[in-house]
Design a protein around this ligand. Sequence first.
Ligand code: SF4
Length: 298
Amino acid sequence: MKPVEIEAKTLIQRSKIPSIDYVINPYTGCVLGCAYCYASFAGRQFGQPVKEWGNYLYVKRNAVELARKELAKMPEHKRRGTVLLSSVTDPYQGHETQYRLTRGILRELDAVSYPGTIRVLTKSPVVTRDIDLLNRLPRAEVGMTVTTTDDTVSRWLEVRAPLASRRLRTLAELHEAGVPVFAFVGPLLPHFATRPELLDHLFGQLVETGVREVYMEHINLKRYIRERMDAVLADEPEDVREAYVQARTKDHREQLDAIVAPLLDKHGLRLRFDEVVHHDEFKGDRPDVYGPPAGPTA
Ligand code: SF4
């Protein structure tokens, strides 16, 4: 798959995600292609259907230049806003090693000594390349999406993403290097309802990396997301497919909530937003990521 280079008109966009003021997406599309990705609508502007998510990438080749210009025009008081990098793509997917757009954007934020929070969300170890910049920015933090400790499950659902075990190592590397980290445990996979010991294990592994705070989301199985999920589930046994049907229900979410709370206490983990978020009203922005109810991705 060859990325398509484009000239973007704007880069830093106002966000509807609670707790996030601005989102920056250096790319449109995400080659990691997770089956559950909520951002699969993002290629609409290029005529890309949801089912093609993961098979295209548009590279905003002027992203760094736009960041410089837009930051220069941003009044001082607006620079206190929280920036999410990124909301509908992974800012460190493999092509970032070639294009270095995310690095360039962080450099521009550093050049203006951006005083607000810069929240990076990714599934990729490429983020460690930018530890120098992340440590220079006064309020940068990195979230790594980890939905399982089982690399087989990770490869099944997070089709081309770095394996879960690699992400756990990346969190530890970032933490050891002094970068504030958190984990995004989302979507909360349906099998935790019948195998809570697996979530217990996941929390334990996160704590070992240095993570003290998690952001969690219930799985979002809206129709456009099911379009891709159903293809992944088609060859699975009946009980697995049934679990993903049950996962759309309030009962299922309440069952998981009851499992999550004591496990968080057991591991001394803080839950961001004090709840496992459910994107009932998801309207845009990111997929595997963020915020009640408008959320992510990575
Ligand atoms: S969930 Fe995140 S990493 Fe996965 S395809 Fe979507 S944007 Fe990319």
